[in-house]
Design a protein around this ligand. Sequence first.
Ligand SMILES: NC(=O)c1ccc[n+]([C@@H]2O[C@H](COP(=O)([O-])OP(=O)(O)OC[C@H]3O[C@@H](n4cnc5c(N)ncnc54)[C@H](OP(=O)(O)O)[C@@H]3O)[C@@H](O)[C@H]2O)c1
Length: 326
Amino acid sequence: MRAALCKKIGEPEDVVIADIPSPQMRDDHLRIRVRACALNFPDILTVQGKYQRQPVLPFAPGMECAGEVIEVGPKAKGGFKVGDRVMAQPGVGCLAEEVCTSPMSVYAIPDNVSYEHAAGFIVTYGTVYHAFVERGDLKRGETLLVLGAAGGVGLAAVELGKLMGATVIAAASTDAKLKVCGQYGADHLLNYSEEPIKEAVLGLTNEKGADVVFDPVGGDATLQSLRCINRNGRLLIIGFASGTIADIPANRLLLRQCQAVGVAFGGYSIAFPERVRANMAVLTGWWNEGKLKPHVSMTFPLAETVAAMNALVTRKATGKVVVTIA
Ligand SMILES: NC(=O)c1ccc[n+]([C@@H]2O[C@H](COP(=O)([O-])OP(=O)(O)OC[C@H]3O[C@@H](n4cnc5c(N)ncnc54)[C@H](OP(=O)(O)O)[C@@H]3O)[C@@H](O)[C@H]2O)c1
């Protein structure tokens, strides 16, 4: 089968298209013919050797995908059958024509949803729902500041934040990105290339600050957010797309009586797959009701995987970047 292969730790340019054997399947797994693989920032980090869970070389990157079931192991649970349209989160290996995975990470795709739009649903919405409900206790009426708000997890945070009754301040680096956030319901738009986060958020919140901060960016944006977080606020540490992990000053937590809360959806999915399935049941229910609209801004064929990855690296994308596999 064809796959995008990382043979050595390096940069996206080091990923090559290669013919490799189809993966071997366990008796309790499903084999999926991948039609679309949505990229997540951790896919880049894995290629760079910077992610917390590194696959053994060589490997096909790609945490999640959508496609159809082409083989069901004799001990596979879940009731899936050949031909089912599904989305899946195997964790790695999705930039390939076939991937094998446990049915625990596989979900039916709602009717009329394309593979491209389904491919990036699990990690983005799953992460945000886990962050808001199980880590951050986001409540109706609270003010939510979303950093990197036009990115993959960021835009899902804007959309789910609104759906869950928060007032959403979307913060991003360009007006074009913020326009997309506005289309996804953000109440306030903050261009952090032009305005300091602290002053803008304090101005928008009558000097109180945000109750919850969703932070996939890290670095200086984290430190600024801690200067405009409300008493009892929750700073949700999602990731470090800026490349810098902030050293959080403990005195800021004390002075604001706030919390910094870690969120790790990948590890949570492995440790508590049943809880993730329960969360996904809520999310796919909302999706079926038309309350969620995953945004795909760019698609690339498998042969252009490097360009697809670089769309994330160069901050060109909004929502999801998807690699399609014919
Ligand atoms: N904790 C978890 O469970 C979990 C799950 C999924 C992802 N993540 C993490 O969340 C972060 C975002 O992931 P994603 O897939 O949503 O990525 P993405 O789609 O590329 O979005 C990242 C956003 O970060 C901002 N950014 C700021 N500085 C950047 C830089 N130097 N390079 C690239 N982007 C930069 C960009 O927005 P502006 O241009 O507007 O600043 C961009 O839209 C990553 O660190 C990822 O590892 C964590």
